[in-house]
Design a protein around this ligand. Sequence first.
Ligand code: SAH
Length: 359
Amino acid sequence: MIAINDLKRDEISELMSQLEQPAYRATQICDWLFRKRATSFDQMTNLPLNLGKHLAENYTIKLVELEEEVVSPEDGATKYLLRLHDGGYIESVFLPHQRGATLCISFQVGCAFRCRFCATGRMGLTRNLSPGEIVDQVNFVRFYLAESNPAEAGRGQPTRPFTNVVFMGMGEPLANFENVVKAIEIMIQEVGIGSRHITVSTCAIPEKIVELAQLPYEIKLAISLNSPSDQSRREIMPEAAKFSISEVLSAARYYYSKKKRLLTIEYVLIADLNDSPEDAEALARLPAGLPVKINLIALNPFPGCAYRRPTARNVKKFVSLLEARGMNVTLRKSLGSDILAGCGQLGMLAQVKGKPQGG
Ligand code: SAH
């Protein structure tokens, strides 16, 4: 059965006109789905009974359900292990910071890219998330946090406890392109998240970056480069490195030409693999005029990870070498790493729970 919350407003409007319903029914249904997070058609009390009955017989509403919540005592980062309708699991992470908070969401169950330093990469891909499952992570967290906040009680709709949404959770967003774009459109139209507050992080599929650039949204792009040379990139990101760094950067250049938004280059520092002064020099040369911010993060190890985190001294040296070359560098503090919710650590809990999907 089709999940009605996988549909955008224009598709729901189309359905209403087929059912000979007035146009405003689409607004009512979208309100119930995306602003009130209705869990069943019974709750849609302003729809005529026969329409409610028709929808209930022909459509479902596929939402995520909380399986487990883990709060980091160190920094308040919260990981939500969420159950899908078919028994699969994904994770979303709420990341509080000084000026607000960010929600990191997933877009696939597992990942086909198998980056060797990433926990999700070890799972392999089970399936893509649907648009509704992607959007509902945002809504689940909004409503869940509002329920636990007395100041919000009694409001029809919760305020947004986070300012930004980042597609940096489980999977590769550009490998589930259509659903990710549709989810973004629903977030913009129905949930009220501006495209400038959305970041898509990719291990870099050049043709999809070009496609994303052609859409009329101001989404921020982050590219997980993780290595300044194709050779060492192949070692840590065997699938992603099928595209050369120069192909990736020319797609990024095209993206910049269309959007004029600063590109983020993400770089996970791994001891003895990509953390040498020569690597820093090579990395500094890559953008060649393209405005970028380099976002460094020291590897977050997880049980069974084959690589090591570099020493604080090496990290510092890497940062200062880039700065000396005039680069805009940030060193990302990994929030939630004590609860395995740090970057690249998602999937461990999901894997334990979702035994049948193996891994
Ligand atoms: N597939 C997408 C989005 C998911 S990964 C991508 O590659 O961007 C999100 C970010 O986490 C990426 O920048 C990735 O390089 C980083 N990451 C993965 N594993 C990590 C780990 N063990 N420690 C630190 N960062 C990691």
